[in-house]
Write a protein that binds this ligand. Structure first.
Ligand code: MN
Length: 483
């Protein structure tokens, strides 16, 4: 069985002491339980179970998580009960599988159920975050085989993943999965944009980039050798979805985004990180304001790495990220790989404790969202209307964006806003969980062209521009239509 051998190899590479017999047993157990079952693609069901486990092994999840990954669909989709799984594989594994089965009831059904769904996911994670990790791996394989589903289901699953799963994967620090999930969804939700970008980015620029990487690596290796510095270097590419978001949010063309790729360097220890930085700065001139020392001052989510951008070969800007292997694994795999460095019984990250606390004290969804101190959706914020509806907007959106989102006329006639019961100007930056109400002036003729300086959504921009352009025409039309 090739998928079993591949899995065993990956596990062994990460953990020499792993109990590989347990993996073989789990495989045989699942293979027998799913016997005769096929996926929509026509391939045997067990392929899905093994792909899920493979993803988990790659993000360096612990053994119970990988075993549960192999067995995750057994109780729900076969005659074999959870009790039987527990008897053969123990309580820890069976509890994880029980959690996954529970999670399958969570679905995205539009914004109304959104907060409720999030809550369920958080509660599940708070009990054991490994349940969520298995769910992400499961979802990733489902997305990869999504072309066998009918179109309406493709869109629904992709949207649900993009809005619920991917942000939470990021919150758990499992960026490696978040990026993969997002790119798979991107393909189904924006097929045209996806293939355009893929073509530009991956095919047309490949050669040029490979050449640059080659030159940089060559120069660096000579200096590193002189300094007896051990290191690994690779080119790291931004995933397509994040490039697309950046283009959209900052209204940039593809060739205006220069940080689409970075050189990643892994060294043995912290002092080598700084030595490597010194070498890079001695070879190429650093760009002002682009050096960030996240080792001395880690990001709030714990991210540690040195970042610098230099004027590389031919004056081309090249970004470097320098880190140790531990920093690297923490940055990509987040809580999934925590057990490798920390006490495995204390792997709950602080945010999960925070969620549990909030869950206990919050009485309604509004409080719940308000109390979430951390940034769940790094690129979206959720704003409540006085009626309790939730509107999602890009970060730093203003009351004007909010107003246009509610209704065009409210946008056109807004004069100020009440945010969390306090009167605020229209250029205020809204924050996640704010309660906003728009004050309008019925006699107002239309939007102010200056609003373009601070609005964030394309809807608002469009309305303001159109209004400015057609001012004369519109008012003369209204004059004619109205008696
Ligand atoms: Mn599954």
């Amino acid at each position: 069985m090739p998928s079993l051998n591949k899995l065993l190899k990956t596990i062994e590479k990460n953990n020499q002491k792993a109990d590989l017999d347990m993996v073989r047993l789990a495989f045989e157990f699942a293979n027998k339980a799913h016997e005769g079952q096929k996926r929509l693609s026509g391939e045997p069901y067990i392929n899905h179970s093994m792909a899920t486990a493979q993803t988990l092994a790659e993000i360096k999840a612990d053994m119970p998580t990988i075993i549960a990954g192999i067995l995750h669909d057994v109780p729900e989709d076969t005659d074999v009960t959870l009790k039987k799984v527990e008897k053969d594989f123990g309580k820890e594994v069976s509890t994880l599988i029980k959690g996954i089965t529970k999670l399958s009831t969570v679905k995205y059904r539009g914004i109304d159920r959104y907060v409720e769904n999030l809550k369920k996911m958080f509660v599940a994670a708070a009990q054991d975050y490994r349940v969520m990790i298995i769910k992400f791996a499961d979802r990733l394989h489902n997305l990869k085989t999504l072309n066998h589903q009918p179109e309406h289901k493709q869109k629904r699953i992709a949207e649900e993943t993009l809005k619920i799963y991917a942000p939470i994967a990021g919150l758990l620090g499992i960026w490696h999965l978040r990026w993969q999930l997002e790119d798979e969804c991107f393909k189904y939700l924006y097929p045209k944009e996806y293939s355009e970008l893929k073509d530009k980015y991956e095919i047309k620029q490949q050669k040029q980039r490979d050449k640059l990487i080659g030159v940089v690596t060559n120069n660096l290796s000579k200096e590193a050798k002189k300094n007896k510095l051990k290191y690994e270097i690779s080119g790291r590419f931004k995933h397509l979805y994040s490039i697309w978001l950046k283009m959209k949010n900052e209204h940039k063309k593809f060739n205006e985004i220069y940080d689409v790729f970075a050189m990643r360097i892994i060294v043995d220890n912290v002092s080598d990180c700084y030595k490597m930085l010194g070498i890079i700065h001695s070879l190429w001139m650093p760009k002002k304001d682009r050096f960030k020392d996240y080792i001395s001052i880690p990001k709030p989510n714990g991210y540690r790495t040195l970042h610098t951008t230099v004027f590389g070969p031919d004056g081309k800007l090249v970004e470097f990220q320098i880190r140790t292997m531990q920093m690297h694994e923490e940055a990509l795999f987040g809580v999934a790989a925590h057990w490798r460095y920390k006490n495995p019984t204390k792997t709950h990250s602080t945010w999960i404790d925070e969620i549990l606390k909030i869950q206990k004290i919050s009485k309604n969804n509004k409080d719940y969202m308000k109390e979430l101190k951390f940034d769940i959706f790094s690129d979206r914020i959720f704003i409540f209307t006085p009626k309790g509806d939730v509107i999602d907007l890009p970060t730093e959106a203003t009351p004007v964006d909010f107003a246009y989102h509610v209704h065009t006329e409210i946008g056109n006639k807004c004069v100020s806003a009440i945010i969390n019961e306090k009167m605020e100007p229209l250029n205020t930056k809204l924050k996640n969980g704010d309660l906003a109400e728009i004050i309008i002036d019925k006699n107002r003729k239309g939007p102010n062209i200056d609003w373009l300086k601070f609005v964030k959504t394309s809807t608002a921009k469009e309305h303001i521009r159109r209004h400015a352009k057609n001012k004369g025409i519109i008012s003369s039309l209204i004059g004619k239509i109205r008696p």
